[in-house]
Design a protein around this ligand. Structure first.
Ligand SMILES: [Zn+2]
Length: 61
């Protein structure tokens, strides 16, 4: 067992907890419901479980 590292640095961005801020940043998946959060992207939100994608509309600019 040598030559392969099992750590992935990206996992740190997935668990971003800053007090009660996390509940405002993440949105629950409408399909999966409780406990399943959408991951935030620049122009969309995606669910890691059902891969549902929700595009963020920018009409309020
Ligand atoms: Zn989902």
């Amino acid at each position: 067992m040598a030559g392969k590292k099992g750590s992935s640095p990206k996992i740190h961005t997935y668990f971003k907890v800053e007090g009660d801020k996390v509940s405002r940043l993440r949105k629950l998946c409408v399909r999966c419901g409780k406990g399943v959060y959408m991951s935030e992207h620049k122009d969309r939100r995606t669910c890691g479980k059902c891969t549902d994608t929700e595009f963020i509309q920018k009409n309020n600019l």
